[in-house]
Design a protein around this ligand. Structure first.
Ligand code: GUN
Length: 281
């Protein structure tokens, strides 16, 4: 039997409409600024999607593009300007940054109350202690999609593949805080197949096309594919081999149309929440 397809576009639309409605109740529109450094093709697509969505919700939106050769100091100066700009509630520095820039130093220079990624050390620490202030958009979107489809987590074995600060690590923390038993797998993990044979929930965030084989999945498992990989023929595919997986699990997110739209919806929500904080303080 074919798996239930978890429709991220439908779920995202629901939360975007909610964000638009709540933003309309504020005395000024939420403001977001996205900084892109360099010309990475994937980053260009993601940044323009974020900007377009913010505009469609009626947010103030400013995209700042710096050249590939921009110094770390130049990026820090931009962040500083935005930190003291009262029309901007959210600052997002698109990752990856060029190698000569220390990304964590840049992320930590963002005023924590304007951090809409949850990557500032203060916000990452707060989440790790189970008292979240800003939750990273992709893992937050995964949790929201699971809840939209009434998928319970308590007592379940969740396997997260990937341990990045952007997805894997905060994902594991959120799943554990929702009372799942969490296994984190990564590039040095041995016998991934054996671990997945016991996984009720699988979150794949490795960034390698078709890394997880459909045959490895448990028949009643729920599979969340965070990967967005472009093949040589131009096709976008996830980290999971969808065509076989769809016949081996109970529910799965498609790529595209799964977690991607949820990430953007959660960014809009995080920006709205920060704007509320600024407007009520
Ligand atoms: N690059 C890939 N995903 C993300 C994200 O969620 N936030 C930022 N800032 N950069 C990213």
């Amino acid at each position: 039997m074919s798996a239930l397809i978890l429709d991220g576009r439908k779920c995202a639309k629901h939360y975007l409409m909610e964000a638009r409605r709540q933003a309309g109740d504020l005395s000024r529109a939420p403001g977001i600024s996205v900084i892109r450094v360099g010309e990475d093709p994937a980053s260009k697509v993601y940044v323009s999607k974020k900007a377009a969505r913010a505009q469609r919700l009626g947010y103030v939106q400013r995209t700042i593009v710096l050249s590939e050769n921009a110094t770390e100091q130049a990026v820090l100066e931009q962040v500083n300007l935005l930190n003291s700009d009262d029309s901007i509630d959210g600052i997002l520095v698109q990752l990856p940054l060029p190698n000569h820039i220390n990304a964590q130093r840049v992320l930590d220079s963002i005023e924590p109350s304007k951090d809409v990624d949850g990557f500032h050390i203060h916000n990452a620490g707060a989440l790790s202690q189970g008292r979240p202030e800003v939750v990273p958009c992709t893992p937050k979107g995964v949790m929201r999609l699971l809840s939209f489809y009434d998928i319970s987590l308590s007592g379940k074995h969740a396997v997260v593949i990937g341990r990045s600060n952007i997805v894997g690590r905060p994902m594991a923390q959120l799943l554990e805080q929702a009372n799942a038993t969490v296994t984190v797998c990564h590039s040095r993990t041995q016998n991934l197949q054996g671990i997945l044979a016991n996984a009720d929930i699988v979150v794949a965030a490795v960034g390698r096309a078709h890394f997880v084989k459909g045959e490895w999945l448990k028949a009643d498992s729920v599979v969340i594919d965070v990967g967005i990989n472009r093949l040589d023929d131009g096709r976008l595919v996830g980290d999971v081999a969808f065509e076989t997986a769809v016949n081996h699990c109970a529910a799965i997110t498609p790529v595209p149309g799964g977690i991607g739209p949820m990430t953007i919806a959660m960014l809009m929500e995080n920006t709205l929440r920060q704007s509320e904080r600024h407007q009520n303080s």
